[in-house]
Design a protein around this ligand. Sequence first.
Ligand SMILES: Cc1ncc(COP(=O)(O)O)c(C=O)c1O
Length: 367
Amino acid sequence: METADRIRPALGLMDPYSPGLSIEEIKGRYGLAQVIKLASNENPLGVSPVVQKIISGYAAMAFRYPRPGSPDLRRAIAREFEIPEERIVVGNGSDEIIDLIVRALAVPGRDHVLSYSSNFSMYSQVCQVCGVEYRQVPRRADFTQPLEELVQACDENTAVVFVTSPDNPTGLASQGEEIAILRGMLPPSTLLVVDEAYIDFAWPIEQYTMLQYKEQLSNIVVVRTFSKAYGLAGLRVGFGIMDDWLADVLLKAKSPFSVNILAEKAGVAALQDQEFYLATLDLVLKERERMSKALVKLGCEVTPSQANFIMFRPPAPAEDVFAKLLAKGVIVRLLASFHLPDHLRVSIGRQDENKLFLKTLEDILNG
Ligand SMILES: Cc1ncc(COP(=O)(O)O)c(C=O)c1O
């Protein structure tokens, strides 16, 4: 039998996940000493010094298996967000929570999963691996997500609907109140997943987060991550808040040791380190405003962002601008893989990084 015939057809046809380029790759490719990466929406301040100390302190525990279900972190999240522990599932990044939800609820060949066009690729990736049909509702021309069209696209076989707010790659956010109305209009057998990976950067957060409805709403999962505002992307920690019955199912389906000991300890410490968290928000919100204005001045079409990145359309072909930025040591994200080939996405970095990005972009646009 040929190798290709041994692989499930869905996997043979699947494109691999397309990550942001790494600093080492670009240093090597262009022989550059200095490269800045504003491509993966990581924390501009790096890892909190308090959390670094905790990670070092627990290094000697790395020979032990972690406790299944990450009970210490689960308790800390429950305390922080005032939610019963039974409703929390901690995962190896929020990617694992997304993966578990599809695996647990969508029956291949019968059900489908629904979301928007040009969105975070993990939803489609997970569906393909599971052999579950993935349907996408088109966005409006201004990239906003028409919630009512999601309802129209739903039927009794829509197992899961993903809404990302704030959205990747546009940075646009839907009001919490609108999403609550959407929940009411979806079929009762459909699970609504609200991916709030970037919610910490939405201002004011109360207007956007679904956690404000935590007592009222059921059949909804709020997905959060430690990769962005808490600066732990490399450790892989995220969580979902959901109904108890669903948390039980996901914990059963989950690989028991997928969240490692250092990730769990770091997550607990990160929740306590309010100083670092608030410094991150302060930097991102101020720099987001400054960068948005500067990009407009350079002739870019800027989509208003509630996240720690900005999507923009440069006044020159995006692919050329992207390549020229790379060659000068500035990594941003070309959105061709999101089917938005005229657009770029830049993460909000430190002030010096943002200045360097803007200066390099200005030089490129001025030829
Ligand atoms: C919208 C969205 N959801 C989830 C994730 C995954 O985050 P994690 O690092 O927690 O797996 C990302 C990562 O960039 C994202 O953009």
